[in-house]
Design a protein around this ligand. Structure first.
Ligand code: HEM
Length: 512
């Protein structure tokens, strides 16, 4: 006679179901056509998590660079069963951006709830389509294109003057300066004035709140990106873990931006002819016949995207630049010589001086090559394509390691050395050759139609900020050399030991 223990049987069935669920969540690879093709090589992975541990390493750009040196410049890695193609050399990056630009012009992040950033209203994570095209046109025409930048030059000149006077004041008091904090104020005030016509007030703590929000956003974005790599069920679970944090940052951004939007609306209602980006977006929002109907959330999300994309990138690059310049006395002397001879010693450097300062421009380029603030950036293939002789399947995340591309020994001589001279061309024909070569291997701002629209503004900003600090001051450091160790905070490549140095004014009276 057979006895059936119903309780054990029930437990058995539950265990089977649970195993099946685990299998489908972690192990089962989705059936996909790429298995018939030649996938890029894949380094050894761990069971279940695949290559997740590599993406969690502290200096992720470096561990991925090491990996590509060992296994190849195009690699196939997976996070659980989420496929990622990793690009780490100039030649593969060039091929992907030249041949497949439209195909990879989305980032492929599914929206994470209705938060202002990374949500369904975000410009940065929007798929390449009508909304993205509409906003990009507004962005270039009203904020970041050459004519718009010329119109807003006065705002940046005023802020640069304030930045210099503050440093001069510190020099007189023999106080040391946290470069990050000072450049953050300069960047944040300039960007806020350019996009919404006013800086955030230091007095009532509004400016501090914006800066804190941007920093929190940076840390959150990394978590959102990693969560997006998980399969649906697991993703929901992980997102739930930091949902409160996400909603909190989003709500605080919303509150601040809504207040500023209302201020602008009140002015518009009083027939004040506004001229900043927020005015333009409000006009588009009210326009029944606009090419694309945007909502209030689109506007607020756009602003949080812009603050996120611009603030830390500018601050980190300027900080790295000062560290490199101070550590390289010959570079410092040559740079100062150039500024003194072109600008003189009585007036302060301005944006309009930059075209006449080729060595300063070369220093900015070299800093961005060695220390790109966004060492990794992501794209997404809409359709399957062939890259470097391998097959990249449709709907695959493509991660470009700009850090590795710009230190690729196959493309750069002495790739780890700080040598601004490499960007100085001696003749016009050399300039043209250099421009073509750089299009292939120099990608701190990404490449193609989805590349950074803020490149020109960034070069103005970093060039003049460094220019002021080199023209106006000698800098005292405590140690013999500045420690150049790297850290990654959120998605940004930063200095592990933030720069704190003491300015000594080169002139008795402040420059004008
Ligand atoms: C040193 C300064 C900066 C660096 C190195 C930098 C770098 C980048 C990179 C690598 C990307 C991704 C590009 C790609 O996928 O090909 C990007 C995108 C973007 N950046 Fe920048 N950026 C900087 C400053 C700025 C500034 C000042 C702004 C605006 C005020 C800005 C706005 C944006 C926006 C809106 C995007 C998203 C573009 C899109 O998805 O279409 N960035 N940036």
């Amino acid at each position: 006679m057979i006895f059936i223990d119903f309780q054990n049987c029930f437990i058995c069935i539950l265990l089977c179901l649970f195993s099946l669920l685990c299998y489908s969540l972690f192990f089962r690879k989705p059936k996909d056509p790429r298995l018939d093709f030649d996938l890029p090589p894949s380094p050894p992975s761990l069971p279940v998590i695949g290559h997740l541990h590599l993406l969690l390493s502290v200096l992720v750009h470096r561990s991925l660079q090491k990996l590509s040196t060992k296994y190849g410049s195009i690699l196939y890695v997976r996070v659980f069963s989420f496929p990622v193609v990793l690009v780490s050399s100039a030649s593969v990056a060039y091929e992907i951006f030249r041949t497949h630009d439209v195909n990879i012009s989305s980032r492929g992040f599914p929206p994470t709830d209705d938060t202002l950033f990374a949500g369904s209203f975000s410009f940065i994570s929007a798929p390449y389509g009508d909304y993205w095209k509409f906003m990009k046109k507004l962005l270039v025409t009203n904020l970041l294109g050459p004519q718009a930048l010329e119109r807003s030059r006065g705002v940046r000149t005023d802020e640069l003057d304030r930045f210099y006077k503050n440093l001069f004041d510190k020099a007189m008091k023999k106080e040391s300066v946290e470069i990050c904090a000072e450049v953050l104020k300069l960047g944040n005030n300039s960007i806020c004035k350019m996009i919404m016509g006013r800086s955030c007030s230091e007095e009532n703590g509004e400016a501090e709140r914006v800066r804190a929000l941007v920093t929190e956003l940076d840390a959150l974005t990394k978590k959102i990106l990693l969560a997006n790599m998980l399969r649906m069920g697991f993703k929901k679970l992980v997102v739930a873990l930091f949902k409160k944090e996400m909603m909190d940052v989003s709500c605080r951004f919303d509150e601040l931006l809504e207040r500023i939007l209302v201020e602008h609306e009140e002015k518009l209602n009083m027939h004040h002819q506004g001229a900043d980006l927020m005015d333009t977006l409000l006009a588009a929002y009210r326009d029944e016949n606009a090419e694309y109907k945007i909502s209030r959330n689109h506007i607020k999300s756009f602003f949080s995207d812009l603050l996120f994309a611009s603030t830390d990138t500018l601050v980190q690059t300027t900080q790295w630049a000062m560290a490199e310049i101070i550590n390289n006395l010959i570079v410092l002397e040559r740079l100062r010589g150039e500024i003194d001879s072109v600008v003189g010693k009585t007036r302060l450097i301005q944006e309009t001086d930059l075209p006449n300062l080729p060595y300063l421009q070369a220093v900015v380029k070299e800093v961005l090559r060695l220390h790109p603030p966004g060492p990794l950036f992501g794209r997404f293939s809409q359709e399957g394509c062939r890259v470097g002789g391998f097959y990249v399947a449709e709907k695959t995340t493509i991660m470009v390691n700009a850090y590795a591309v710009m230190r690729d020994p196959g493309s750069w001589e002495d790739p780890d050395e700080f040598k601004p001279e490499r960007f100085l061309a001696s003749s016009r024909s050399e300039q043209e050759k250099e421009r073509r070569e750089q299009a292939i291997k120099y990608i701190p701002f990404g490449s193609g139609r989805r590349s950074c629209p803020g490149e020109n503004l960034a070069c103005f900003f970093i060039g003049t900020a460094i220019g002021v600090m080199v023209q106006g001051f000698e800098w005292r450091i405590k140690e013999e050399k500045i420690n150049m160790a790297e850290a990654v905070i959120g998605l940004s490549l930063t200095m592990a030991h933030p720069l704190k140095i003491t300015p000594v004014s080169r002139t008795l009276r402040s420059l004008t």
